[in-house]
Design a protein around this ligand. Structure first.
Ligand code: 5CA
Length: 439
């Protein structure tokens, strides 16, 4: 993409509306613009990152055997009356009437709808187990929408729903999602700590929240230092039944509220760690709560009537964009992990007025495109300093600069955004480096 033709409205100054670094950087890097409190438009750069995260989430859901569907954002109040949650959910639910004065709502989550779909389409125990998921916008009229996309009112969530014949099978489905979450967050370049959680309004018996550790996190997490021994590589390689799942589920990790209730602390004080965390995922096993309330049954092997055991599994896809920035930035801007970066390479032509530079940069841009390396090419008539600052701000992993001095020597300058290390190399060497990294 040529920057001269792109839509990248970067801001030089920190916007006053933002309190935390990810919100500031998302506004400055032209990723999002607020349209109403807690409601954002995603501009091209932000959308690219959102889509990259979505893709990794989807791949890991599919790998775990979940099947993608797409349910609507708008739901009927009748559905929620069946479960009893229409009144219970309170003012966080956005409610409205259609032209026939039917009560409607913008879905904050989808347990009711998926249970109704299952009830109306599945008859036999032979069709179980099933795990259905979608990636769809949700609305919660939060009392204090804040921190940009981290606590929005409209936000993108991946939510999966499992149906099993008995509690034992349901725990297997739960563990399969637990594994998918470890792999997903590790692939995004994040250590996410699974903490035992209370189940709240979703209800149920077993629940874990996944927290990215960052100083600006909304919650306080207590955990056993043994957790720090488990590395990203081990999480990314986790498979169902692997020992890391048991280890992680048995290691002590709780949010402050729960931790305070524990009178006899199972971790020696010098082993206990306290950090702030951002909740990026939440999984629940809640048994037959919704299937019973909504009359969702299947016929068992002996003709008996069974209520499927359910779990639900959420990932805050749009929250992750902010969460990753909180965990990965410096004073100059964002540092994207390769897997989610909006572009892999930022190509800077230092002298657009110099025909030799312009030709070399155009040619390299064409080669990068041909090799399938997503490149943002700064071909604008701007000072070098401003171009470097923009690339640093938007966090592209590799910066390649073409200038007259280097060209005379037959080299370009290559900078690693994360380490700041710079080296000069030929275009051939650069192409080899970039294609080798991808392989
Ligand atoms: N139905 C269950 C799981 S499918 C559920 O709704 N769980 S949840 O309430 O915990 O939400 C799942 C995830 O969505 C959270 O872990 C969080 O990452 C994200 N999320 C929740 N509320 C918001 C919000 N206001 N803004 C951004 N992300 C949010």
């Amino acid at each position: 993409m040529r920057l001269s033709r792109y839509f990248l409205p970067v801001l030089k100054e920190d916007p006053s509306e933002a309190q935390i670094v990810s919100h500031k950087l998302m506004l400055r890097a032209g990723m999002i613009r607020q349209q109403a409190a807690g409601i954002y438009a995603w501009l091209p750069l932000g959308l690219k990152v959102l889509r990259n995260i979505e893709r990794i989430v989807r791949e890991e859901q599919n790998r775990a055997g979940a099947i993608e569907v797409l349910m609507p954002t708008i739901q009927s109040a009748d559905l929620w009356r069946e479960s009893g949650r229409y009144d219970a959910y309170g003012p966080e639910m956005l409610r409205f009437l259609d032209r026939h004065e039917r009560e409607m709502l913008y879905g904050p989550t989808n347990e009711e709808m998926i249970t109704a779909i299952f009830r109306d389409n599945v008859r036999s125990y032979r069709d179980l187990p099933k795990n259905l998921y979608h990636i769809q916008w949700k609305f919660r009229d939060e009392t204090r929408p804040r921190f940009g996309v981290m606590r929005g009112r409209e936000f993108l969530m991946k939510d999966a729903y499992s149906f099993d014949l008995d509690a034992e099978a349901a725990k297997k489905s739960y563990d399969a999602m637990f594994v998918a979450y470890l792999r997903t967050f590790a692939r995004l370049g994040m250590v996410a700590v699974p903490v035992r959680a209370p189940t709240g309004p979703i209800g149920g018996n077993l629940s874990h929240e996944f927290h990215i550790l960052a100083d600006t996190g909304e919650s306080e997490v207590f955990y056993d230092a043994a957790l720090e021994q488990i590395g990203l590589a081990e999480m990314e390689a986790a498979t169902p039944g692997s020992a890391v799942v048991d280890r992680l589920q048995s290691i002590y990790a709780m949010e402050q509220e729960e931790h305070e209730k524990v009178t006899d602390c199972p971790v020696p004080a010098d082993q206990l760690r306290k950090r702030r965390g951002i909740e990026v995922g939440h999984i629940f096993y809640f048994g037959t709560k919704y299937t019973q309330a909504m009359g969702c049954t299947v016929q068992g092997p002996d003709g008996q009537v069974l209520y499927p055991e359910m779990g639900s599994y959420g990932i805050g896809v749009s929250r992750l964009v902010g969460g990753i920035i909180e965990a990965s930035h410096d004073a100059s801007g964002i540092i994207w992990p390769d897997a989610v970066a909006p572009f892999q390479v930022g190509l800077i032509n230092l002298r657009v007025d110099d025909a030799k530079c312009a030709d070399a940069a155009d040619e390299l841009f064409a080669r990068l495109n041909l090799a399938g390396i997503d490149t943002l090419y700064d071909d604008r008539d701007e000072r070098g300093g401003a171009k470097f600052a923009t690339m640093d701000l938007i966090g592209v992993p590799t910066h390649v600069t073409i200038g007259p001095k280097g060209l005379d020597k037959g080299v370009v300058e290559v900078k690693d955004r994360k380490t700041g290390a710079k080296e000069e190399m030929s275009v051939e060497a650069l192409m080899n480096k970039l294609t080798a990294r991808r392989a």
